[in-house]
Design a protein around this ligand. Sequence first.
Ligand SMILES: NC(=O)c1ccc[n+]([C@@H]2O[C@H](COP(=O)([O-])OP(=O)(O)OC[C@H]3O[C@@H](n4cnc5c(N)ncnc54)[C@H](O)[C@@H]3O)[C@@H](O)[C@H]2O)c1
Length: 401
Amino acid sequence: MIRETRKVSGMLNGEKLIERPLRWGMVGGGRTGQVGYKHRTGALRDNTTYKLVCGAFDLDAVRGRDFGANIGVDGDRCYPDYKTLITEEAKREDGVEVVSIATPNFTHYEITKACLEAGMHVICEKPLFFTVAECEEIAALAEETGMIIGVTYGFTGHPLVHQMAAMVKKGMLGDIRIVDLQYTHGFNAGDDADASEAQKWRTNPATSGPTFVLGDIGTHLYYLSEIVLPHMKITRLMCDRHSFIKSRAPLEDNAYVLSHYDSGAVGRLWVSSVNAGSMASQRYRLVGSKASVEWTDTQPNELIYEIQGQPPQILHHGMPYLEEESLQYERMGALHTEGLGDSWSNIYLWIAQAIDAKRRGDEAFLRTHHYPGIKAGTEGVRWLENCVRSADTGSAWVDFQ
Ligand SMILES: NC(=O)c1ccc[n+]([C@@H]2O[C@H](COP(=O)([O-])OP(=O)(O)OC[C@H]3O[C@@H](n4cnc5c(N)ncnc54)[C@H](O)[C@@H]3O)[C@@H](O)[C@H]2O)c1
């Protein structure tokens, strides 16, 4: 019997929520990749959702095969490149059903397209593609082939993100006036930082796309705001971007974005990889007419809730006083630390449920099921296009298109 997450209160505990584990493969995310292990942490945490059956883990085929074998993948299914993976897996009756793409940005579009054409679902890294036009083309292809696309906005599986969303929906903050977002670190403060492979592709427009930090970390903030404030849309924005390390130009290592929302709210967003010494990472503050909430990914277990005229409160994850929208995604339980791995497990679970529903033809489930999909990926790219259009016209205010 399958437990239905959305109707049952209580902690997620690895019990099966889909018919059977999905046969899963990875492109990229090998020994040298920064993000690959987060994908495996997310997907393999519950052994009821995914089973890793194959991979083209690395640009270096020998290293990729060695890595695959070391994490328990059958050597015959550790492929030298994604094209061989698709060809060989398509021949098998037990071939891969869903492929995660954890490679540099410029490869996302071509690998996604090839997987969809071969009848494989896709879980792709952000920023999804370079242009909205590419996103729309791939959305149409996914529709035509009946495939799901998931996007790994890995921070939005934290239960307290959904507590914020529920509090906004219930009116506990009053009318939202100010949306204050920040994702900054200092890892690229020095000009020698671009020496690493992961940094080289990030600071070259041919491999990173039209942005560096806006796409690399700003898209996480933007998606988080879409989850928490689904009723509010940006109507105009102004972006100022800078390349403090000149060799990174025209790509930015620091940017500010001011936004106007259709509700009358205003927003301020700061992204940076030259915030020297800072380990504060991601901060999200929402100011309403009655109260504010503030959450950071470095303290994901706590949500600061400040009602005007009252002492501030700290809400703790997993506590019964939280909303059901938050408690339903709880894994560790109150008193024990919840973290990024839990968030990724939730993201992967939601995408698995979407794929499972697609396989079963359950369109009614899909209509109400929340997961970061092609629309979320597209909106992230649309936001980037608007930021670049503003920044590259002297930081003019532009209508959001
Ligand atoms: N969601 C997140 O929180 C998060 C975090 C970090 C990175 N990312 C995204 O993940 C992607 C990868 O970033 P990274 O930091 O891991 O990059 P990286 O440079 O550290 O690693 C890339 C990996 O992909 C492999 N690779 C490259 N091209 C390949 C190909 N054609 N076929 C097979 N393997 C290939 C490389 O060998 C390497 O193992 C990027 O799109 C990045 O924006 C997302």
